[in-house]
Design a protein around this ligand. Structure first.
Ligand SMILES: C[S@@+](CC[C@H](N)C(=O)[O-])C[C@H]1O[C@@H](n2cnc3c(N)ncnc32)[C@H](O)[C@@H]1O
Length: 292
């Protein structure tokens, strides 16, 4: 296929109108159905939702690229709330693709009690929907499936404080938070308590996914309970770290995860202000020059 034809197809596939149309949905189905036989690029498969967890993949790829731009050849991805381990297993599998595409290795960590949900702390934990001991893990089976994954077993209240010293993680660039409770999400944010002292364990901006911000009429998630409340409290409680919902995916209506991707800004991280616009900014500047 000629270059022009390829460019036209690519423009069409990536146009917002096509992506949000019935034809776009059918095309993605076709791509998913043929992905195991065709040699589609990893980015293309992620963009076309042709991977098992496109939201996990999207965060990992982008964090690896940010890490690379900042001179790192390893980053870390954390899943808070592992349950059976399908998410953590996916992270470990996809880390191989990230390494192949970007050259950046991804260390994968999973925090969980191992024994299912702890007791809810109060009303903000939605005890009308979540209960103690839900979502237990078979730790031995999970560790056998992904021996490279690092499981941090215990209540996050207790395990979060010593985590950086115990594991010395490569800079953390991804956090998937699926702990359901307001209290557990709040406790997971205590990982940021050590940013000032140990910035080498963090990228300055973190790709975050919150699972429990969208849900059913039974769950009734909102800014006053669950994970959204924990995010609001973190933001209100200090100035150095802010977590906000992304502004670049939310208009891409075909992405089912677009309202669940958040960004963590560690404003006082020594690398926060390091320029990463090379190449991309040059292209934009070229387009903005006055045409003759
Ligand atoms: C919905 S499940 C996670 C599902 C998993 N992310 C997946 O995609 O398959 C929620 C998990 O969070 C864990 N969890 C909740 N609060 C916790 C806490 N305070 N400490 C450790 N684990 C916690 C529970 O044990 C439970 O396994």
């Amino acid at each position: 296929m000629g270059y022009r034809m390829k460019a036209m197809i690519s423009d069409l596939l990536y146009s917002r109108e096509f992506r949000n149309s019935m034809a776009g949905a059918l095309t993605r189905k076709l791509i998913r159905a043929t992905a195991s036989r065709m040699k589609y690029s990893v980015d293309f498969q992620v963009d076309m939702l042709a991977v098992e967890r496109p939201h996990y993949a999207w965060c990992m790829l982008n964090a690896a690229r940010l890490g690379k731009a900042l001179g790192h050849d390893r980053i870390s991805a954390i899943e808070f709330g592992v349950a059976g381990g399908n998410g953590l297993a996916y992270m470990c599998d996809f880390a191989e693709h990230v390494k192949a595409v970007t050259g950046v290795a991804v260390e994968c960590y999973g925090f969980d009690t191992g024994a299912g949900m702890p007791e809810p702390e109060g009303a903000y934990d939605l005890p009308y929907w979540f209960a103690a001991k839900q979502y237990r893990m078979d730790q031995a089976a999970l560790q056998a499936r992904v021996p490279q994954a690092k499981l941090v077993i215990g209540d996050i209240r207790e395990t979060i404080a010593g985590f950086l010293d115990a594991h010395k993680p490569a800079p953390i660039g991804v956090m998937f938070n699926d702990t359901d409770y307001h209290s557990s999400t709040r406790e997971s944010f205590r990982i940021f308590d050590e940013v000032a002292e140990k910035p080498e364990h963090f990228l300055p901006r973190i790709f975050m996914y919150f699972d429990d911000v969208l849900g059913s009429e039974l769950e009734m998630y909102g800014e006053h309970n669950g994970q959204l409340r924990a995010i609001a409290e973190l933001n209100a409680g200090q100035e150095a770290i802010r977590i906000h919902r992304n502004q670049n995916l939310i208009h891409q209506d075909y992405l089912p995860y677009r309202h669940q991707i958040y960004y963590g800004h560690l404003f006082e991280h020594p690398d926060y202000n390091r320029y990463i616009g090379e190449g991309r900014q040059d292209a934009i500047e070229g387009l903005l020059k006055l045409r003759a």
